[in-house]
Design a protein around this ligand. Structure first.
Ligand SMILES: Nc1ncnc2c1ncn2[C@@H]1O[C@H](COP(=O)(O)OP(=O)(O)O)[C@@H](O)[C@H]1O
Ligand SMILES: [Mg+2]
Length: 305
């Protein structure tokens, strides 16, 4: 009983501080297919936003896969499991990245997150609430594909950015992911970022082709978010375990990331529903959506044309 009351209090605190105008923006960055550049988009955008004076928190949700930490040459010592066990505070888990961005390393998957006991949920929610206080942007690298993990993190986020390259397989997989999220889970708003393009025209063509198909077959709106040039400096930076915008700020790709960050800051979305990081965590831990994810796993493939 006491536990439930405590949990309600945590939720009440979350509501009390809810102000859509001042809420941090929760953006899931995702893709239908691996290798299209999602993680690089997250790290480069995160650093570009910090350079504009924004406070950025990144969640690496690629559970079980070495990802952002490897990309940046960081070696996190602890993860959310240590917080759950009460051994560490969230501040011990969070890794400081370039520009002062904060990174929560991958550790808990959808199964663990939705099977938390009430007590564990209280611990995590209050720890995370302390971390989230002064964050402007919360970027989630969901990883790729149509696994329940990817779907689940997308459902909990308010803004959903789909990354694709101009390659047909990447476009088809981006379509399949949006189809599942819209048909299966009523997500009806996406933003498209086209990575590794040779020129802006190519990006526009990819957007127009994909949006004409989503307009025809799906009930969703797809906005054009922008493009990033194909640029060898991105791969060079990866090999050096650095972020391209830091290592090669004058490169063509970095210039795209800077413009994208500016555009993102100036386009403040209008939210009709609840938002902010604490609502994200609440939704994530609640588990009802995960339950539907499990049933989706059972019938999943029927959603893909
Ligand atoms: N704009 C780009 N220009 C050139 N190469 C890129 C670009 N974006 C990504 N890459 C290359 O693709 C690789 C995979 O990127 P990554 O962000 O890890 O993909 P994902 O997270 O989607 O699997 C990078 O290591 C880099 O070599
Ligand atoms: Mg990745």
């Amino acid at each position: 009983m006491i536990k439930i009351r405590e949990e309600l209090n945590v939720n009440k605190d979350v509501r009390k501080h809810h102000d859509p105008q001042r809420e941090s923006r929760v953006i899931a960055v995702t893709s239908g297919k691996g290798g299209v550049g999602t993680t690089n988009v997250v790290t480069n955008l995160a650093l570009s936003l910090t350079l504009l004076g924004k406070k950025v928190l990144v969640l690496d949700a690629n559970v079980g896969l070495a990802n952002i930490d490897i990309l940046l040459g960081l070696s996190p010592q602890y993860n959310l499991n240590h917080v759950l066990k009460g051994e560490k505070k969230i501040s011990d888990v969070v890794v400081r990245g370039p520009g002062g961005m904060k990174i929560i390393p991958a550790s808990l998957g959808v199964q663990e997150l939705t099977n938390l006991s009430t007590e564990q949920r209280i611990v995590l929610l209050s720890e995370l609430a302390s971390l989230s206080e002064e964050v402007d942007f919360f970027l989630i690298d969901t990883g790729a594909g149509i696994s329940s993990n990817v779907i689940y993190f997308n459902l909990a986020a308010q803004e959903n950015v789909v990354v694709t390259s101009p390659e047909p397989t990447s476009i088809t997989d981006a379509y399949a992911l949006m189809k599942i999220l819209s048909v299966g889970y009523a997500k009806d708003h996406f933003k498209l970022l086209i990575n590794s393009v040779k020129d802006p025209l190519e990006a526009r063509e990819v957007y127009q082709n994909l949006s004409s198909i989503t307009d025809k077959f799906l009930r969703l709106s797809l906005d054009y978010w922008g493009y990033i040039f194909y640029d060898r400096n991105v791969a060079r930076a990866v090999r050096q375990q650095r972020i391209a915008v830091e290592q090669y700020p004058h490169s063509r790709a970095s210039q795209c990331f800077f413009s994208l960050a500016q555009k993102v800051c100036s386009n403040q979305p209008v939210f009709q529903s609840e938002g902010g990081i604490n609502f994200f965590w609440n939704r994530l831990f609640r588990g009802d959506e995960a339950f539907s994810c499990r049933s989706l796993d059972e019938k999943g493939i029927s959603f893909i044309s």
